[in-house]
Design a protein around this ligand. Sequence first.
Ligand SMILES: Nc1ncnc2c1ncn2[C@@H]1O[C@H](COP(=O)(O)OP(=O)(O)O)[C@@H](O)[C@H]1O
Ligand SMILES: [Mg+2]
Length: 347
Amino acid sequence: MGIRLENLVVKFGDFKAINDVTLQIPKGKLVSLLGPSGSGKSTTLFTISGIHKPHSGKIFFGDRDVTGLEPEQLGIGLVFQNYALYPHMTVRENILFPLRNLKWDKVKAEERVLEVAKIVKIQDQLDKKPAQLSGGQQQRVAIARAIAKNPDILLLDEPLSNLDTKLRVETRQEIRRIQKETGVTAIFVTHDQEEAMSISDEIVLMKDGAIQQISSPSDIYMNPVNKFVASFIGSPEMNFIDIAINDGKCTIDSLTIDNLPKNMTKATLGFRAEDLEVATEGLKTKVMTVEILGRERLLTLEHQGRTYKMLVDKEFYVNEGEELIVKPKTGKSYVFDAESEAFVTKC
Ligand SMILES: Nc1ncnc2c1ncn2[C@@H]1O[C@H](COP(=O)(O)OP(=O)(O)O)[C@@H](O)[C@H]1O
Ligand SMILES: [Mg+2]
């Protein structure tokens, strides 16, 4: 079942935590709500799940207007970061719990527990108590409990935050597999752009309670609509330099860029670490640090009091303290408006 938010506004007192959010999530897709802390991701999710009530706007599940309904009326699955399992119950009893509440037939409910336990691969753990499981297994039990009643919609709020890095990567792949296997429509909240990039059909990037961009992972990386999106997506963060434009040209040290918009006098140029190259004419930088990442090396370069990140091949040898002349590869720089920070063109 698809989800549609129309002009959603959620207030706490006078404060608009969600400011006019309109969004459509197609049936069977996994969409991430991504953004920095306080950007309104959880509030959006809590409002969709009926825990918070919107000040204005509408929420639709399929064609059904569910605005203002209570969580119990919605039949959705919820998984939270700290959605604690009942510690005194076994895994089996934990997964059974919501089905008992829904007065499922006992035999059917037992069968369903086995079914979902298999989907999340904890079928051997059913008689254990949560404390006997690893963090990753516990989170799988939470997911099993959330999907047991066969919800059309699954909402996950930072479900992996309590896990260590390796487990986080494994578990996010598991969530994606389970989501595809069950065909459930899922909203996945995270502040981790890499996590969002790796599992989403679409990313909704939020800031200050408003949507900045809705795009596929590759598109949001390649075509950010503004400087905020460009800086939030990708690691290391995109490099930025403020430039003055004269008749479509700008000069930085020995580098002249000449295909800039003629109607602009200043702008911010953005370029990613992998899109810098060594040049004879370019920015005269000093190598501050060389980090060996394995496949590549990450250089931190200093130029006129600012630092830039550059990714180079692991075979590229340079020492800290050396001078390096670099330039953004042609066509790989983003021009942002100096005032509005909106994307203008690539150059
Ligand atoms: N119950 C609440 N009462 C008052 N303010 C809240 C409440 N919940 C969230 N907020 C505020 O709303 C904004 C969005 O919060 P939240 O949705 O939790 O952000 P996120 O999940 O993106 O970190 C924040 O400024 C937060 O302080
Ligand atoms: Mg949150």
